[in-house]
Design a protein around this ligand. Structure first.
Ligand code: GAR
Length: 191
């Protein structure tokens, strides 16, 4: 079994979709969901999905090594960032070389970098009257939103679109493609 740990911070719609997608898989398993905001709704979703969820602090992530220890204890093969906003520290990058995948709600390299997340991205795209936006799924490195792109999908925008309607379009792309791209990426390597 290829074991995934999902890192999330907020609502957790992607974490839920990925967990449901792999629930019946013989090759890939969501082992746990790890979150860094105490009141994150993803914890509630994890409970309902029957997937162990663990809250951790900034210190656990950056200083005392508890997150890395947990991932090792659980023999995690791949880390999936699904709405997770902290820069991944060197020790975790080293332990999972090219084995951390992130989803970003825009067509990188546009609208990436620190502070560009969730609705901030959609607001900026609409403010610039872009004709299209989309999602980027990429390998994580030591910079925000800079690692090798695995996949992009686009959606078209009209003058009538708002940050909310754009968010809905992006959400649909994420729900459709993220689990499939994860599956392809993590199983290719195992062959
Ligand atoms: C998703 O749209 C994801 O692309 C975005 O946060 C949202 C999380 O939603 N990620 C970023 O902006 C990363 N820079 P979710 O918690 O419902 O999955």
């Amino acid at each position: 079994m290829i074991k995934l740990a999902i890192f999330a911070s907020g609502n957790g719609t992607n974490a839920q979709r990925i967990s449901e997608y792999f629930a019946t898989s013989d090759t890939v398993k969501v082992d746990c969901i790890i979150y860094n905001r105490k009141d994150a709704y993803v914890a509630e979703r994890a409970k309902r999905l029957n997937i162990p969820a663990h809250y951790f602090t900034r210190d656990d992530f950056y200083t005392n090594g508890r997150v890395l220890e947990y991932l090792k204890e659980h023999e995690i093969d791949w880390v999936i960032l699904a709405g997770f906003l902290w820069l991944v520290p060197e020790e975790i990058l080293k332990a999972f070389p090219n084995r951390i995948i992130n989803i970003h709600p825009a067509l990188l390299p546009k609208y990436g970098g620190k502070g560009m997340y969730g609705e901030h991205v959609h607001e900026a795209v609409i403010a610039n009257h872009e004709k299209e936006s989309g999602i980027t799924i990429h390998i994580v490195d030591h910079q925000y939103d800079k690692g090798t792109t695995l996949f992009q999908a686009k959606c078209q925008l009209t003058d009538k679109d708002t940050p909310d309607t754009l968010a809905a379009k992006i959400h649909e792309l994420e729900q459709t493609y993220f689990p499939v791209v994860i599956e392809k990426t993590v199983t290719n390597e195992a062959r």
